[in-house]
Write a protein that binds this ligand. Structure first.
Ligand SMILES: Nc1ncnc2c1ncn2[C@@H]1O[C@H](COP(=O)(O)OP(=O)(O)O)[C@@H](O)[C@H]1O
Length: 189
C-alpha cells in the first residue's frame, strides 16, 4: 500500500488537494473531519458524542478518533493506499497510526505539509463560512482550532521529520500549481 498523510492547518486546502490526488493515483481519501460531520448529520451515537466538541473548535479525544479511523481503513481491504487528511492531529494519533499500519504489514510512505500563513488561512475560512455556514468556521471557534493546531498538531511534524518522511509544499497559489507540486512529491515514491 502507498499511504500518505496530507498535513496542514485549518484552511490549508487539504480537502481540495486530497480529491485531486485520489483521482490521479486511485487512492482512498479518509478525512476525519468529513467522517465526524457525516456522523453528526446522521445523529449516530458517535455524532452525538462529538458534536459539541467540534462545534466549539476543540479536538475530539484521541481514543475516539483513532477507533473511527481504524474502522474506516478496515472498510477498504483492497485499497492501493490511502490519503489521510486531518489525521493524525496529535503525536499519540501518529504513533497509533504507525502501529496500526505495521500490524497490516504497511506504513506511511510520506507526509506532505501544505504551508499557508495565518493571514491567508483566516481569509479563506471566512469565505468558507459564508459559503457553507460551518459553525466551527465562525471567528471565535476558528481561533480555537488554530490554537489547537499550534499547541497539539504542530508536534506531529517533528515526529515524521525524525522518520525522514516529511515534505513541505507551498499551499498558496493556483490550485493546479499546488497540485503539480504535490504530484512531484508523490511520484518520488
Ligand atoms: N484527527 C482528529 N483528532 C481530533 N479531532 C479531529 C480530528 N480530525 C477532525 N477532528 C475534529 O473535526 C473538526 C473539523 O475537522 P476538519 O474538517 O479536518 O477541519 P479543518 O478544516 O480545520 O482542517 C476539528 O476541528 C476537530 O474538532
Amino acid at each position: 500500500m502507498l499511504n500518505f498523510v496530507l498535513f496542514g492547518p485549518p484552511g490549508a486546502g487539504k480537502g481540495t488537494q486530497s480529491q485531486k490526488l485520489i483521482d490521479q493515483y486511485q487512492l482512498i481519501h479518509i478525512s476525519t473531519g468529513d467522517l465526524f460531520r457525516a456522523h453528526i448529520k446522521n445523529q449516530s451515537p458517535l455524532g452525538q458524542r462529538v458534536s459539541e466538541l467540534i462545534a466549539d473548535g476543540q479536538l475530539v479525544p484521541d481514543e475516539i478518533t483513532i477507533a473511527m479511523l481504524e474502522e474506516e481503513v478496515d472498510k477498504n481491504p483492497g485499497a492501493k493506499g490511502f490519503i489521510f487528511d486531518g489525521f493524525p492531529r496529535t503525536v499519540p494519533q501518529a504513533a497509533a497510526l504507525d502501529e496500526f499500519l505495521e500490524s497490516k504489514g504497511s506504513s506511511i510512505a510520506g507526509v506532505i505539509a501544505l504551508d499557508v500563513d495565518q493571514e491567508e488561512l483566516t481569509k479563506r475560512i471566512a469565505q468558507r463560512q459564508l459559503e457553507t455556514g460551518r459553525v466551527d468556521d465562525q471567528a471565535d471557534k476558528l481561533q480555537k482550532r488554530i490554537d489547537e493546531y499550534f499547541s497539539k498538531t504542530i508536534h506531529v511534524l517533528p515526529y515524521y521529520e525524525a522518520q525522514n518522511k516529511l515534505s513541505k509544499v507551498n499551499g498558496i497559489g493556483k490550485i493546479d500549481d499546488i497540485f503539480a507540486e504535490l504530484c512531484a512529491v508523490v511520484d518520488k515514491y
